[in-house]
Write a protein that binds this ligand. Structure first.
Ligand code: SF4
Length: 535
């Protein structure tokens, strides 16, 4: 059985000539020497390394389409006809689904409360995050969820100013990003600034915390979509040279005369800027966490790790436990990205479902020995309310939230495009509202189902300046929240911390084996037998 989708893919804008494709190679069963394309090998013969990356950079997010043997669709959610948790009375007039509490808390000494158990992916130096920031940042704040500023934002900032030691003293782009979230934030949610190797060298944490008032810093070990550092494309030779001077790996080398000539002739159209690989060790990790807390005054330290194997996962959980890390986000394979090599995205790492099952087992092992467990979050391909339910139930009681990368960005795109048409702001991709939007009206108050709810809270004048991307995100999150309250009410859990592993069943033997969740035909049989055998 082949787990890939063989043949061309929208990601590389390739398509096989024949409808018959060899499943493993992805080549047409009959490959003709006069073919005019356009499979991946054909296109790679012309554009080489360009075909590694989803195109066009800065205008998309990408996610793998490999079908792993087991995923969250192999779980089903249970519902019950009796009982109720976390509500005063199991009474049909009191236990109603709109009263389900979807707030969650993460953090050790300085906890953060969120209105929903979700937060954004790390939105870093990719163009797509920068372009849609207004809607994404204001949206996360209005929803009362946390927002993660990803790596390299200062490092690629045109307006970056450094002191004589090479440390950030000014970064207009980072300032803009933090300010926008804070402007719309109330008592819920938090802005988290991520740090990789280059950010650490530039003193991004010091700048973000001491100058911009950021309270949470995230150390980055990796991500789900790739096992190399963050990367972006650069379409300007001077910019490529500047980033190389700032210490980034830029390929092909823009200082090479042959590369410069190829760029000028158009044979090379872009450069790649890569971050360096990090190298972790326990003592360095402990010292960094301590430095951030004691020297810089960071209130919360989080860690983001990628789809690595059991060794790195165990390190992440154990070291975070010892260092009292506030939040550990574990990002599985199959997740999304603003830019990662396509084949790497498809083929590397431990898929999200398997990784969460491993993480649960590791956390349980430590907890059984009385060790402290950091709050855990899972990332890697989530977009629906049932995903949230399943992650929190499967990982109960250790998992507090779900990191949603690509899905939470879509309302930002949609809202920005509508805003471009209606309010005439820059950057819209649409000339007019498409029928999919126009079907609901031509004004924000007609298009967005939650517009009036927000207007009641914020007032008309504020609504006129609220980015439509933010309203779109609020509307999407409202759908997630409503769906989650329905699923939870069905499972008779009226607060997130009452979700339990017993609220899900495995539909396949494989899913049961990987997760330890009972197979559907074994689930609850003892209780059923007792009833059947009773008088
Ligand atoms: S070159 Fe043409 S015929 Fe050969 S595998 Fe590619 S698309 Fe098919």
């Amino acid at each position: 059985m082949n787990l890939q989708v063989p043949g061309g893919n929208d990601i590389s804008q390739t398509k096989n000539r024949s409808r018959n494709v060899a499943p493993y190679s992805g080549l047409c069963t009959r490959c003709l020497d006069n073919c005019v394309g356009n499979c991946e090998v054909f296109k790679s013969s012309l554009r080489g390394r360009e075909v590694i990356y989803p195109e066009p950079f800065g205008e998309l997010t990408a996610g793998a389409d490999k079908e792993y043997p087991v995923d969250y669709s192999h779980l089903n959610i249970m519902g019950y006809a009796l009982g109720a948790e976390a509500i005063d009375e199991a009474n049909p007039d009191k236990a109603i689904f709109p009263d389900v509490d979807t707030t969650t808390v993460y953090g050790h000494m300085h906890p953060v409360r969120m209105r929903m158990p979700i937060f954004t992916g790390a939105l870093g130096s990719t163009d797509i995050a920068r372009k849609h920031w207004n809607g994404l940042a204001a949206g996360a704040a209005v929803c009362g969820i946390s927002l993660v500023v990803g790596e390299n934002v200062c490092g690629i900032d045109h307006g970056l100013e450094l002191d004589k030691h090479g440390r950030v003293v000014r970064s207009p782009e980072m300032e803009r990003r933090v300010k926008l979230y804070k402007e719309w934030k109330d008592e819920y949610g938090d802005i988290i600034v991520q740090m990789n190797v280059e950010d650490t060298r530039l003193g991004v944490a010091e700048f973000a915390v001491q100058k911009l008032g950021v309270e949470t810093v995230e150390l980055k070990w990796g991500q789900g979509a790739k096992c190399i550092g963050g990367e972006i494309k650069v379409r300007d030779l001077d910019r490529a040279l500047e980033l190389r001077r700032r210490g980034y790996i830029v390929t092909p080398n823009p200082e090479d005369p042959a590369v410069q000539a190829a760029f000028k002739s158009g044979a090379i159209r872009e450069f790649e800027r890569h971050s360096r690989l990090g190298f972790i060790d326990e003592e360095g990790f402990r010292r960094t966490v301590e430095y951030l807390r004691r020297q810089i005054g960071v209130k919360r330290v989080s860690l983001k790790t990628g789809a690595y194997g059991p060794r790195e996962l165990a390190m992440a959980i154990k070291w975070s436990s010892k260092a009292r890390v506030d939040l550990l986000t574990i990002d599985g394979a199959g997740g999304g990205t603003g830019m990662s090599p396509w084949r790497m995205m498809q083929e590397w790492g431990i898929p999200t479902f398997y990784l969460q099952c491993m993480a649960y087992n590791f956390a349980k092992k430590l907890a059984t020995r009385g060790e402290w467990i950091p709050h855990l979050a899972m990332a890697g391909g989530f977009s629906t309310e049932d995903h949230i339910f399943k992650v929190l139930a499967l990982g109960a009681p250790y998992f507090r939230a779900v990191c949603m990368g690509r899905a939470l960005m879509i309302p930002g795109f949609v809202g920005d495009n509508i805003e471009g048409v209606i309010r005439g702001s820059n950057g819209t991709k649409w000339k007019e509202l498409p029928p999919t939007v126009k079907a609901f009206g031509e004004k924000p108050e007609q298009i967005f189902a939650t517009y009036e709810t927000l207007a009641e809270k914020y007032g008309k004048a504020t609504m006129d300046r609220m980015p439509l991307g933010a309203i779109a995100m609020y509307t999407y999150v409202d759908k997630l929240r409503t769906g989650l309250t329905q699923l939870m009410a069905g499972a008779r859990s009226f607060r997130l911390d009452t979700l339990k592993r017993g609220d899900i069943v495995a539909l396949t033997d494989d899913a049961a084996k990987v997760s330890g969740i009972p197979y559907i035909m074994d689930y609850g049989m003892e209780e059923a037998d007792k009833i059947l055998n009773g008088g």
